[in-house]
Design a protein around this ligand. Structure first.
Ligand SMILES: C[S@@+](CC[C@H](N)C(=O)[O-])C[C@H]1O[C@@H](n2cnc3c(N)ncnc32)[C@H](O)[C@@H]1O
Length: 333
């Protein structure tokens, strides 16, 4: 397989600005579906276009519909994919409007369907590096965290106006933070909190010294709270739940849906949806499974696949990645 790392966008110091997670595996899962003339790839989380660029390079017959809700990401991806402009359509949208995006692109329900769909969830390193957007606990900025800046809800609104019990639920569930109750007590005591720096300070005050002094980017005490607020601001779990049935319905026979998630609730949604899609649905007790009840999809991954040690060593973001993929084997009944 070609060395796709040569083609990544680079900073002025020559370092890649973004390493697509589990890139080789994504290529091996999606490329078989993209080799034929007229093949259509949908990247629902285009980001900087790292995965898409490698897939377009590896599959000269494929055409890309690249979706991102973040207009800055689309601008960067547009530059990164400039060599493939004649095979690329970029759309600013949330991926949970997939059916509508495909209708608009002329590949809706009445057409044969799309051949590969990729969702690489969460934030891109570009968004983390854009300090003023408030995603990072490492930079002081206003408490924003919107991926789509045309939406109204910001992290500041959640932190300053939500009931304490709802804040505890968000931070515990989306951040998997055991100390959510203590953190929320400090947040409420320090309201209004307008900047990421003030939020980090409130979290610091809430935590026992042993946790507080374990600073380091992967175990920063504010990491889980920031993740939770970002997921809530961007309604990420709702979008994921809404997109999976649309993506499965959009796939042509032999088409593949691959999802990389980074948080255990996300992975559970993917796992449950893929389990249902790959199981026969015949009522119990039938001697055979009639065609209408046979599963329309098979798993391409056994359980969730994770990044190899070498990748995790080079890219800490890949440490929590979980990859699952399914392939359509039959038309819907
Ligand atoms: C991890 S990055 C994708 C990186 C990309 N695979 C690459 O190789 O450059 C995730 C991207 O998905 C976008 N995103 C997240 N949730 C989204 C949603 N519900 N709808 C559309 N875009 C979304 C984010 O704005 C971000 O740019």
């Amino acid at each position: 397989m070609q060395d796709t790392s040569l083609h990544l966008a680079r900073r002025s110091d020559g370092q890649p600005i973004h390493r697509p997670v589990m890139l080789e595996r994504i290529l091996s899962l999606l490329s078989p579906a993209l080799s034929h003339a007229g093949a259509i790839l949908v990247d629902g989380t285009l980001g900087m276009g790292g995965h898409s660029r490698a897939l377009l390079e590896a599959n000269p017959n494929a055409r890309l519909i690249g979706i991102d809700q973040d207009e800055n990401a689309l601008a960067v991806a547009g530059e990164h994919l400039a060599d493939f402009a004649d095979r690329t359509t970029l759309v600013q949208a949330r991926f949970d409007s997939l059916t509508q995006v495909l209708e608009n692109a002329g590949v809706g329900a009445t057409e044969r369907g799309v051949d590969a769909i990729l969702l690489d969830l969460g934030l891109s390193s570009l968004q983390i590096d854009e300090a003023e957007r408030g995603f990072s606990y490492m930079h002081d900025a206003s408490l924003d965290m919107r991926m789509d800046t045309t939406r109204e809800l910001t992290a500041a609104t959640i932190v300053n106006t939500y009931e304490a019990s709802e804040l505890v639920r968000i931070i515990r569930t989306y951040g998997e933070e055991k100390l959510a109750q203590r953190i929320v007590a400090q947040i409420v005591a320090n309201r209004p909190i307008n900047t990421t720096g003030e939020l980090v300070a409130a979290i610091d005050q809430a935590l026992p010294a042993a946790v507080r002094f374990r600073h380091g980017s992967s175990s920063h005490p504010a990491k889980r709270t920031f993740q939770a607020l970002r997921i809530a601001v961007n309604a990420e779990l709702e979008a994921l739940q809404a997109v999976i049935p649309q993506a499965l319905a959009a796939l042509a026979v032999d088409g593949v849906l691959a999802i990389i998630s980074f948080q255990s609730l996300e992975d559970r949604y993917v796992k449950d949806a893929f389990r249902t899609a790959t199981q026969d649905s015949a009522p119990a007790g039938l001697p055979y499974v009639p065609e209408a009840f046979q599963a329309r999809f098979v798993n391409l991954t056994r359980g969730a696949e994770v990044a190899c040690e070498a990748e995790v060593n080079g890219n800490s973001r890949s440490a929590s990645a979980k990859l699952r993929a399914v392939k359509r084997i039959k038309e819907d009944a």
